[in-house]
Design a binder for this molecule. Structure first.
Ligand code: CP
Length: 304
């Protein structure tokens, strides 16, 4: 039985197979419509979510399965003090696979160690968000045609942004990847992530200014400042509007540069940018359904 805690749980070959499967699902949805008949997905979400939870639900329903679960800890027995370890043992009796989001780093891993069904990390604190990474990789592969030889700007909250940490882990395994880390000093990429980049020999620069690199990027990956991870509101308010991508800044970028964002967006991308054909963040959310369908099939070892 396999779980997914980090993108590194999948080899590059497995990742490529999974993305190919997601591509086939996009083109031939009817072929997969009964692949998970009588299977159940449990969504155990201890933290708010729109995309991850609902795209997992849509994915399982598209595969012919059904969904049970809870959308927040206050409507589950976690509110009465039940541990994650006990909860997953119970969910193992009710469902075939579980997607879990938790504010504490490592909580889905604790669940996986006690589970009788595959557990998918749907985001754990500021640590990892592997299914967002699968979504991002499918978006890049589908729209750019490759996952190698790309210059990617990661902009915003690189300290707490788990989507960024997972994406870096996944992309450094492909050749010719280069990063521009755009963040205020206080929201700089954590040292353990910089060590990973250094150990892999990946080229990257760190800067506070978005404008300087815009013209050179293949992809600009914007992120929200993670309010829920700040210790005080004052620091959040000071940081929250540090970067705002608008049409004036988009004019500095190449015609081929894609703007991605895991969403939710707050102020970091002006609404006027949504009409720019290079803004692909809503398309990205759609790719999340195909790739989660492919992941469910892979972890349940269902071949169609
Ligand atoms: N991208 C993402 O994880 O969005 P949600 O928090 O809405 O699931």
């Amino acid at each position: 039985m396999r779980h997914l805690m980090s993108p590194l749980d999948l080899s590059v070959e497995e990742l490529d197979r999974l993305l190919d499967l997601a591509g086939d699902i996009e083109k031939n949805p009817d072929k997969y419509a009964h692949a998970c008949d009588r299977k159940k997905l449990a969504t155990a979400f201890y933290e708010p979510s729109t995309r991850t939870r609902l795209s997992f639900e849509a994915a399982m329903i598209n595969l012919g399965g059904s969904v049970i679960g809870f959308p927040s800890d206050d409507v589950s027995s976690a509110a009465k003090g039940e541990s994650v370890a006990d909860t997953i043992r119970v969910l193992s009796c009710y469902a075939d696979i579980c997607a879990m989001r938790h504010p504490k780093e490592g909580a889905p891993m604790v669940a996986a160690s006690r589970s009788k069904i595959p557990v998918i990390n749907a985001g754990d604190g500021g640590h990892q968000h592997p299914t967002q990474t699968l979504t991002d990789l499918l978006t890049i592969k589908s729209l750019k045609g490759r996952l190698d030889n790309l210059k990617i700007g990661l902009c915003g909250d690189l300290k707490f942004g788990r989507t960024v940490h997972s994406l870096i882990n996944a992309l450094i395994r492909y050749p010719g990847i280069e990063f521009v880390m755009i963040s205020p000093e206080e929201l700089r990429l954590p040292s353990y992530m910089r060590e990973i980049l250094d150990a892999a020999g990946v080229k990257y620069v760190e800067t506070e200014r978005m404008e300087d690199s815009l013209g050179t990027l293949d992809i600009l990956y914007m992120t929200r400042v993670q309010r829920e991870r700040f210790f005080n509101e004052e620091d959040y308010v000071r940081m929250k509007d540090f970067y705002i991508l608008d049409n004036e800044k988009m004019a500095m970028a190449s015609e081929e540069m894609l703007v991605m964002h895991p969403l939710p967006r707050v102020n970091e991308i002006a609404v006027e940018v949504d009409d720019d054909p290079r803004a692909v963040y809503f398309q990205q959310a759609q790719y999340g359904v195909y790739v989660r369908m492919a992941l469910i099939l892979t972890l349940l070892e269902i071949e169609v």
